[in-house]
Design a protein around this ligand. Structure first.
Ligand SMILES: [Zn+2]
Length: 831
């Protein structure tokens, strides 16, 4: 059957104006064997979905005619009437996925001449991913849209473009800075401005500035320029800014501070002492807070390798700088410098007591280097992210944080800033303190302070800002602060003391158990208001929510969502009643981290297609799963096994109104088709049962050897639409030969004459009973039965038509059955 947008396998998300914002069809891939070009495939796809996305034919024809060669820059805009599109950028993830960004443009100056070219409309575009499997075939499984459909009103007086280069000399840059009340550049340099149509909305931070002679009207679009610059700022606290001005008069329209709270090829490995995990997570002892005595904290240090250090020139000492991380020593002088240099030594052996600045420096290097190494080992090195940020990143282990009350560096916090630079920007991560109660550095208490870089969880949080920046060019998500709390919670869990016994659950949910400053949690419940369906889930609310100024409430909704995902895919695994299965948990943490990093990677610059809602991030996570071939997280995981759990994890946090997909059939089990972790994931006798006669009503009976037996399957639906043409297929293998799918050891059972293999529901509440399927055991052994249920609108992950890597396999059953309720397994013993 040809691919059609009428299929129940396509899920459509619309906004409050009924515009389509997202198409998702992870198990219903769009393919076209006639082309090998991702751009061509995308153009054919857009033609197929043009009615849903309300795309004019002319816009798609323009894209078809301007497919860029690999050596070309971004595509040209057009002067077409109506909605206009141009290719923005394309970038590749792990050679498995090409991300294509398409920019909406608008012609402003009429009627002709160079000014008549379309100008980019800020935040308006399309993002689609083309996945390539290891046989080279390409498929598209969804698209995200932030297109603007309402008329783009540019006041007559503002329709002119200023002639000349967008490379602005220092005079022009200083004029822009002055309009924002910022101090002039210290160095004379040219900055490249970006030009786009910006919709003006009055914003806090602009009041008090001089009004332009021609006032800006809220809701109207203006030809705008943006520059990025470091400035002294008010109170002379230097910081990096993204400044948007009206092009022709530099009237200030928006200011964004580019910070968020909280390379050498030949490298060598040093040694140091660090906290691998914070002392409270590691021991469960709340007495080991950051204000504890040096003696008790010192006992929690471990020897760690410090890889990727750049060896010093002959005669010079070693410092904590290398391939990924450069510890700033005051040169260049970066914002926040308070004169505390990182240690330098004759030998690369960085062993210090915990309550010292040097120890904070070692921890900052150790944790950040490890995180950059982790994403590199996943095939997603930081420098390959779309914005081309360069390594090493700059790090200050003890810094003042601006703006705020931390101008002396004596506060409990950390932050990330973007360091604009031409052509390659990077990030700059600075850390303050973990503890103030010992009045650090005072004459009365001459101990040194404990740095917050000693908390690996805090470092994960800041690291996530660096990832978001390297992909989107901004430090936070538009709908939530970041996914940093999720990375901290997930990666802090496998070895945490709090993950074992049930009486510690309340502590397990603390995202930052070390230190008393933060009460953020990752076990928040939708039923208590931490829901994507409440005000917290709306981007509009975020921008004006004075109860959640920094987005940390939304961050907890996100961390709770993603921590649930981690738990379901193995984060709750136990070896015995009281002993967590750390290897399985660590593998789950690795895969969850992989998905989060890859989802962020795939977003691309925010000015084109911002991730405005949690739905957009959910889709990016699911695409990260289905677009992966193999990921090694301690075990080899094939792509496509966890996307249903991702959907469920968001649903449980209130997204999609807290409802399942419209059709969600499942083989009846104790979990009622849900995905909370269950080590006993075999179907119950209610879901799959044997009868010695072809009658389902006798319930589960022990099989009889040497004669025909009859297998039945019960299927229900979590959705609200009746499922039609549901088919069940049953396969059997001897226990011991039943570990992977597909495999020749599985034999398909034939349907007993008169039995049911395909059934339809009248209402979504109907139970469907399939069978009987005949089987004939010839010797005493345990037999496994694998049931695969498929229906339009809900295919199983093992269905070949999905083209999911895990359907091609061979995939371990432990990654298929518990993570897909369309698949059931039961082993039955023949006595
Ligand atoms: Zn943050």
């Amino acid at each position: 059957m040809p691919w059609t947008t009428d299929s129940l396998n396509i899920f459509v998300e619309r906004d409050e104006n009924d515009n389509v914002r997202l198409l998702e069809h992870l198990r219903y891939p769009f393919t076209d064997q006639s082309t090998n070009s991702p751009h061509e495939l995308a153009a054919v796809y857009l033609w197929g979905v043009r009615a849903l996305l309300a795309l004019p034919d002319s816009a798609i024809e323009h894209l078809k005619a301007t497919i860029p060669h690999p050596w070309d820059g971004p595509g040209k805009p057009t002067t077409n009437k109506g909605l206009q599109l141009r290719w923005e950028r394309a970038f590749s993830i792990r050679e498995e996925t090409t991300v294509l960004l398409i920019q909406q443009t608008q012609t402003v100056a009429e009627p002709k001449g160079p000014d008549a070219e379309g100008i980019d409309v800020e935040f308006a575009g399309l993002r689609l991913l083309v996945h390539i499997d290891d046989k080279g075939s390409r498929r598209i499984t969804g698209i995200t849209s932030t297109l603007v459909y309402e008329p783009i009103e540019v006041p007559e007086s503002s329709r002119r473009l200023v002639k000349g280069s967008l490379l602005l000399g220092a005079e022009k840059v200083n004029a822009i800075l002055a309009n924002f009340g910022l101090s002039p550049l210290q160095l004379h340099l040219e900055l490249r401005a970006t030009r786009f149509l910006h919709r003006f909305l009055p914003q806090s931070g602009l009041e008090g500035l001089r009004q332009p002679e021609q006032p800006l009207i809220a809701g109207h679009y203006y030809i705008a320029n943006a520059i990025r610059s470091i400035s002294g700022g008010p109170g002379n606290n230097p910081s990096a800014y993204d400044l948007t001005v009206r092009e022709w008069d530099y009237a200030p329209m928006r200011v964004e501070v580019l910070l968020s709270h909280a390379a050498s090829t030949n490298t060598q490995t040093g040694l140091g002492l660090a906290f691998i995990a914070d002392p409270v997570s590691a021991t469960g002892d709340f007495a080991l807070q950051p204000n504890a005595s040096p003696v008790s904290l010192d006992g929690n240090r471990s020897y760690v390798a410090l890889p990727n250090l750049a060896p010093p020139p002959t005669g010079k000492p070693w410092s904590l700088s290398g391939k990924h991380v450069h510890m700033n020593d005051g040169s260049p002088r970066l914002p926040g410098w308070i004169g505390i240099k990182p240690p330098t030594l004759k030998q690369p052996f960085f062993a210090f007591r915990s309550r010292t600045n040097e120890f904070a420096a070692v921890n900052a290097y150790y944790h950040l280097d490890r995180m950059f190494e982790i994403i590199e080992s996943m095939g997603m090195p930081f420098s390959s992210f779309p914005m081309g940020y360069k390594l090493p990143v700059h790090v200050m282990h003890r810094a003042a944080l601006h703006p705020g009350v931390c101008s002396d560096g004596k506060c409990v916090n950390a932050q990330v800033q973007i360091l604009p630079g031409y052509p390659n920007p990077t990030v700059y991560i600075s850390f303050a303190l973990a503890d103030l109660s010992r009045n650090p550095g005072s004459a009365d208490v001459p101990v040194e302070p404990l740095g917050i870089a000693c908390d690996a969880r805090i470092v994960w949080h800041e690291f996530c800002h660096a990832l978001i920046a390297a992909s989107t060019n901004f430090l936070e998500f538009p709908f939530a602060h970041s996914a940093g709390d999720a990375l901290a919670a997930i990666n802090g869990d496998p070895e945490s003391h709090f993950n074992s016994a049930h009486n510690l659950e309340a502590f397990r949910g603390l995202t930052y158990p070390w230190g008393k400053t933060s009460s953020r949690r990752h076990d928040r419940l939708a039923s208590e208001g931490w829901s994507w369906s409440s005000a917290l889930g709306q981007k509009k609310g975020y921008e004006n929510d004075i109860r959640d100024m920094f987005g940390y409430a939304r961050e907890q909704v996100l961390s709770s969502t993603l921590f649930r995902l981690y738990r379901s895919i193995g984060g709750d695994a136990m070896k015995t009643v009281n002993s967590p299965d750390q290897a399985t948990r660590a593998a789950a943490a690795t895969y969850a981290t992989y998905l989060i990093v890859r989802a962020i990677f795939s977003l691309g610059p925010r000015r084109t297609v911002p991730a405005n809602t949690a739905d957009a991030l959910e889709a990016a996570l699911a695409e990260a799963d289905v677009g992966s071939q193999t990921v090694s997280d301690g075990v080899n995981r094939l792509g496509g096994t966890v996307h249903k759990v991702i959907r469920w994890a968001f649903e449980k946090q209130g997204l999609h109104g807290g409802r399942a997909q419209p059709i969600d059939v499942y083989v009846d089990n104790a979990r009622k088709g849900e995905y909370s972790f269950d080590p006993h994931w075999q179907a119950s006798p209610r879901g799959i049962w044997n009868s010695t006669t072809p009658n389902p009503l006798h319930g589960d009976q022990a099989p009889l050897i040497g004669q025909d037996n009859y297998l039945f399957v019960r299927v229900k639906n979590r959705g609200h639409l009746a499922a039609k043409n549901v088919t069940a297929s049953v396969f059997s293998a001897l226990v011991g030969q039943d570990q992977t799918w597909p495999s020749t050891t599985w034999q398909r059972l034939s349907l007993t004459p008169g039995g049911s293999q395909t059934l339809s529901q009248n209402t979504a509440d109907d139970e469907l009973i399939f069978g009987p399927f005949t089987w004939h055991p010839d010797f005493p052994w345990s037999y496994s039965f694998l049931v695969q249920v498929d229906t339009d609108g809900d295919l199983s992950n093992t269905n070949q038509n999905t083209q999911l890597p895990c359907a091609r396999g061979p995939t371990p059953l432990s990654m298929l059955v518990p993570l897909d309720n369309n698949i059931g397994l039961r082993s039955i013993k023949v006595p």
